[in-house]
Ligand binder design. Sequence first.
Ligand SMILES: Nc1nc2c(c(=O)[nH]1)N[C@H]1C(S)=C(S)[C@@H](COP(=O)(O)O)O[C@H]1N2
Ligand SMILES: [Mo]
Length: 185
Amino acid sequence: MPPGQYVTEKWPVLHYGAIPRFNPRTWDFQIYGLVETPVALSYEQFMALSKTTLTCDIHCVTAWSKLDMEFEGVPVKPLLEMAKPKPEAKFVMVHAEQGYEANLPIEYLLADDALLAHRANGQDLTPEHGWPLRLVVPRLYFWKSAKWVRGFELLERDRRGFWERNGYHNHADPWKEERYSSPWE
Ligand SMILES: Nc1nc2c(c(=O)[nH]1)N[C@H]1C(S)=C(S)[C@@H](COP(=O)(O)O)O[C@H]1N2
Ligand SMILES: [Mo]
């Protein structure tokens, strides 16, 4: 267990704002910014991508951890590679519904444990847990794992996302307890 965390059995729901409505006819997933080949997939095209499962623990900065979650979905690495990131792409801004953003170094999305999940623990995600699609980045605090995710913007220079502008740490490694920081750090 990362320091300062406790185990919870239930799966808490945590987010800012309202649960967005999902319309499969207008939904898309886009990869843009510093890429050779921008990607835009309809819901049907996205769901036709090959899937995998990932078992991992999740760690919320508010100190709960849930162990042995099983997520199912599209692995991020081959999808990002489809867009051919330019060499200067070092960071990714993850974009979700209603303007939610989370930033992270591109390495976390090019690792084998980053997933765009549509199912968890053998069931479709519920709307409050991010249906139809959420990011799962197990090695960072769970706020980086955007619910209702809609795309990746590849950047040369880091930019802070929603919680990162509102007092959370820019990097968010739970093993280093990177919980909070001021926006100028
Ligand atoms: N779109 C969006 N995704 C989000 C958030 C949010 O406010 N909006 N909150 C984050 C935070 S702080 C946490 S702990 C997890 C919670 O996911 P859960 O509700 O499925 O447990 O979602 C993350 N993803
Ligand atoms: Mo969180």
